[in-house]
Ligand binder design. Structure first.
Ligand code: SAM
Length: 283
């Protein structure tokens, strides 16, 4: 092997698959109240944030995840003023939401303040979002925060880690019921909902449970090499609008500098391959 130092991700190893990334050096290692927090400098993907051995962010491809998490709901809502990120302690999703002049308040509820501090130190281009005067940081459990805030948010992004560890509470039906109540009448939520290749039964369960809660539910995806199977998706959960109704061109001027999202990708990301459409939506 050309390189000697390798990071082996400890996610999906029980299923007999593992992603390895060649690294130059480890920049940070610490145990927070909730999880192991590590930062590496990699050979070809820039810096990498890892929580409990699972890849969260790389400089190389986080744009694909953060842009699709934020701009799909924001371009689907007519006038998003008050927005929320659950999780997302690296700041990447928050940064994308703040690109809209319509946003007056941007809340973030991240359980682990070490993630915020580590992101400020090692991922300043993402963490710069925390300095925006519209941002309000709540360090705490998103499941609790949702219960304390009703009819507040036009857009909610649940940028959670996987349903093992502290993020386990961000997937059950009662949490989605609390999301629905925390949204305004025409609010839209999008939630990290795993890979159509590796987790289709899990996604189908989310899809069916959410069909009982929201007026409109769909699943869309992005392409991201450093997440398991190279793709990850999102549950689009809306109290009123589908993803195409407000997709008007006049608003795309705010996003022309993006690297992944555009209005064609917006539409295409909801079109699933046959196996996934059948497994997730049963059709
Ligand atoms: N994009 C990544 C992914 O798809 O796995 C997620 C990135 S972000 C770093 C995930 C964040 O969720 C972590 O900072 C973690 O601390 C936070 N988190 C986990 N459980 C949480 C909870 N119950 N409430 C709020 N934040 C939580």
């Amino acid at each position: 092997l050309a390189h000697t130092l390798w990071f082996n991700e400890n996610f999906e190893t029980d299923k007999g698959r593992m992603l390895s990334i060649a690294i130059k050096e480890q920049l940070y290692s610490g145990r927070s109240k909730y999880q192991q927090v590590d930062v590496y400098d990699t050979v070809s993907l820039g810096r990498m944030l890892v929580l409990d051995g699972v890849i969260m962010v790389t400089e190389f491809d986080n744009f694909a995840y953060h842009e699709m998490m934020a701009h799909v709901p924001m371009q689907s809502h007519p006038n998003p003023k008050k927005v929320l990120v659950i999780g997302g302690g690296d700041g990447g999703a928050l940064k994308e939401l703040l690109k809209y002049k319509s946003v007056e308040e941007a809340w973030i509820c991240e359980i682990d303040e070490d993630v915020i501090e580590v992101s400020k130190q090692f991922f300043p281009s993402l963490a710069e979002a925390f300095d925006d005067s519209r941002v309000k940081i709540n360090v705490g459990d998103g499941a609790v925060f949702m219960k304390e805030n009703q009819k507040q948010f036009d857009v909610i992004c649940v940028d959670s880690s996987d349903p093992i560890g502290p993020a386990e509470v961000l997937f059950p039906k009662d949490f989605y019921q609390d999301i629905q109540k925390a949204l305004t009448e025409d609010g839209i939520a999008t939630t990290q909902s795993e890979s159509m290749y590796y987790h289709k039964e899990f996604i189908n369960k989310l899809y069916l449970q959410n069909k009982d809660i929201f007026a409109y539910v769909d699943y869309y995806y992005t392409l991201i090499p450093t997440y398991p199977s190279g793709t990850i998706g999102y549950s689009f959960c809306s109290n009123k609008y589908g993803p195409m109704e407000n997709l008007n061109k006049s608003r795309t001027f705010e996003i022309k500098e993006l690297s992944y999202y555009n209005d064609e990708v917006h539409k295409a990301s909801f079109v699933l391959p046959g196996f996934a459409r059948k497994a997730i939506k049963g059709k």
